[in-house]
Design a protein around this ligand. Structure first.
Ligand code: ADP
Length: 218
């Protein structure tokens, strides 16, 4: 295991487990740590290494060689005290990239103050994302940074049947149709000459409010 390129995932609950498995799928080695014997057992063979340990103990983390890793994720959710203690120990060990899951704004603020480089709010972010989908007009929604989003949706009437250059989507709506999905042809990037069809699916990028307004067009 090359520790500089590998990731330590602490807490293999629903979030930590799916994160760790996804890392493995994309070819990243993972050291999983969890205090629960059954959970450790369930991940045996699925991660590069899995150990049963209490991540709030500095000596334990040192013995496991956690200090040699450059990236770690604190995926403990339910036990805020364990989450904060673990994050502070990872900082003490000098790990450069730390992602820690926060379950509330005040919890996230504490992690920020500790100096955690990436505080993540999986539940809140997923809630926001699903809210956009529940409204029924978007097929997928991804917020990228503060005020930018990408949306998968059906093309509004005014963008169908004429070359994109003539639709004036960008000057009028302030968004860009970046790609389109057509039956049998898969995804393709758009050009100014692309003529969308009513059955296409499009991928639109732009400021959050602009893409939301665009997705409401019929
Ligand atoms: P999720 O909501 O993603 O399922 P949970 O908070 O329920 O997250 O799960 C977190 C995991 O972290 C659990 O499997 C639990 O055993 C583990 N965990 C909690 N505290 C510690 C600790 N101090 N050391 C190691 N693992 C811990």
């Amino acid at each position: 295991m090359t520790r500089e390129d590998a990731v330590v995932v602490i807490g293999l609950g629903r979030f930590g487990s799916s994160l760790a498995l996804e890392l493995m799928k994309s070819g990243t080695e993972v050291l999983g740590i969890d205090g629960d014997a059954d959970i450790v057992q369930a991940h045996n063979g699925l991660l590069t290494h899995v150990v049963r340990a209490d991540s709030t103990k500095e000596e334990t983390l040192r013995q496991l060689g956690v200090a040699d890793f450059s990236s770690a994720v604190v995926a403990i959710g339910g036990d805020i005290q364990a989450n904060i203690l673990t994050a502070s120990l990872l900082i003490k060990l000098g790990i450069g990239n730390i992602w820690a899951k926060a379950v509330s704004e005040p919890h996230g603020a504490i992690l920020d103050q500790l100096g955690v480089s990436h505080v993540i709010y999986p539940e809140k972010d997923m809630g926001k994302r699903v809210a956009h989908l529940v409204r029924g007009v978007m097929q997928d929604y991804l917020e990228i940074g503060e005020n930018f989003a990408m949306v998968k949706m059906a093309p509004p009437q005014e963008t169908v049947g004429i070359p994109l250059a003539k639709t004036r989507v960008r000057p009028v709506h302030g968004v860009t149709v970046t790609a389109f999905l057509r039956d049998g042809a898969g995804w393709n990037y758009t050009t100014l000459e692309t003529v969308l069809e009513a059955d296409d699916v499009i991928l639109v990028a732009g400021e959050t409010e602009r893409v939301e307004a665009f997705s409401r067009l019929r």
